[in-house]
Write a protein that binds this ligand. Structure first.
Ligand code: F0G
Length: 398
């Protein structure tokens, strides 16, 4: 049976799938969903997933629930809270590829989801579980995108949504979305990390908690990799590049590749490269120094406000994926992010600043010779260009 287990394998603790715990009761580490081997052959499932794109079942219309054989799936067609998330294209880089010195670069734009960020992939899974366990109010701390996504899916589920934001630090566009979808806003003095602490320590424990430490969020987000490989005809790229903030998304992608490889869907895995902003780079520092434990950055600072995070909760899970795939962690400056973002705009794609860490990181790795010009690369864009219009208008004036 699919169940929850401690994400640190040597701990061995397991819990019922629908236990609402967020941390292992034995060792305090994060939990994860243990997915059973699927009942059908990979070849058959790949075909089933593709054929579902022609179906009108709400689970098949969703680019998340289409892959339900590798998800916790006790909900039925009427049980899922969905806005038709996923199913976003893979777009080839043109000027961006030339700028980074690459011949084979594509962007998977998860910002082209219902609320404009990858969070929707996790939120459909998290909100579906919240509804299943009978939650009437849900909450998250957020730099903005999780808040917008939670607000929309809470509205669809008919539950109260409450979002904790660092005062004055989330983009006004994201704030506006949360308001538009009817969420209650709580502004906290300090950073995202402070907002998360307040939520974890002081909020009403009956609230269902929907940050990415919720293991169901990770399940939804991992499907982006199933969809990506499907779009590539199950050819595995050499590198997968992803921005790192609280490190839920990179954890989700690592889990996807571990499961796909273990269950025989693919024979090799792409190297996961996590790129952080240099002012909010605790995992990159840890990687460079070879330290065994993460040291939080007390005052994270970057113009890419989505990833202004000093104490990422999912760092251990994220590292598992990086190590499994032979990848690496790095950082880029705000200036490098700004240049890369401009280029992504000139390719007619657009993204928010945090997403541009990927292209900025790639350029550095090609320059240093670590990545070959002919390597096949997929960069993940996490948020839509309209998520942070102030940033764009201000850069024009600079
Ligand atoms: N890119 C964007 C646009 C984001 O909004 C975030 C995180 C990330 C990248 C980093 O992803 O945290 O999984 O490593 N935004 C969160 C939020 C923290 O509250 O919206 P991560």
């Amino acid at each position: 049976m699919t169940h929850l287990r401690c994400s640190v394998s040597h701990c061995g603790t397991t819990l019922d799938l629908h236990d609402r715990a967020l941390a292992c009761p034995q060792c305090g580490n994060l939990l994860e969903v243990a997915i059973e081997p699927p009942g059908a052959e990979p070849r058959v499932l790949k075909q089933t997933w593709l054929e579902r794109r022609m179906s009108a079942d709400p689970r098949d219309v969703s680019g998340v629930w289409r892959f339900r054989e590798l998800l916790p799936d006790s909900y039925g067609p009427q049980g899922v809270v969905t806005l038709g998330e996923g199913n976003v294209p893979l777009v080839r880089g043109q000027k961006t590829a030339a700028w980074a010195g690459l011949r084979n670069l594509s962007f998977k734009h998860l910002g082209w989801n219902p609320t404009g960020s990858f969070k929707d992939l996790g939120m459909t899974a998290g909100m579906t579980e919240a509804k299943f366990v009978g939650a009437t109010a849900v909450a998250c701390a957020s730099t903005g995108n999780t808040a917008a996504s939670l607000a929309a899916y809470a509205a669809r589920a008919g539950v109260t949504g409450r979002v904790y934001l660092p005062a004055g630090q989330a983009s006004v566009n994201k704030l506006a979305q949360a308001l538009d979808f009817g969420a209650e806003l709580v502004e906290i003095e300090g950073s995202f990390d402070d907002a998360l602490n307040v939520l974890l320590e002081k909020a009403d424990p009956s609230l269902y908690f929907l940050n990415s430490i919720n293991p169901f969020r990770i399940e939804g987000q991992k499907t982006a990799m199933f969809e990506l490989l499907e779009q590539l005809g199950w050819r595995v790229p050499d590198y997968l590049v992803v921005p790192g903030g609280n490190l839920g998304n990179s954890s989700a992608f690592g889990k996807a590749f571990i499961e796909l490889k273990t269950y025989g869907f693919i024979e090799k895995v792409p190297r996961i490269i996590i790129v952080q902003a240099s002012g909010a780079n605790p995992l990159a520092r840890m990687w460079t120094s070879g330290a065994q434990e993460l040291e939080a950055v007390a005052q994270p600072e970057t113009a890419a406000t989505a990833i202004r995070i000093g104490n990422p909760r999912s760092w251990k899970k994220a590292l598992q994926g990086v190590r499994f795939t032979g990848g690496r962690v790095m950082d880029v400056t705000d200036e490098e992010i700004g240049e890369a973002k401009t280029l992504i705009g000139r390719d007619g794609i657009g993204c928010e600043p945090a997403s541009a860490t990927t292209l900025a990181g790639l350029r550095k790795l090609v320059d240093s010779g670590e990545i070959d010009r002919d390597a096949e690369i997929v960069a993940i864009l996490t948020g839509h260009a309209l998520k942070d219009t102030d940033y764009i208008v201000k850069s024009r004036k600079r």
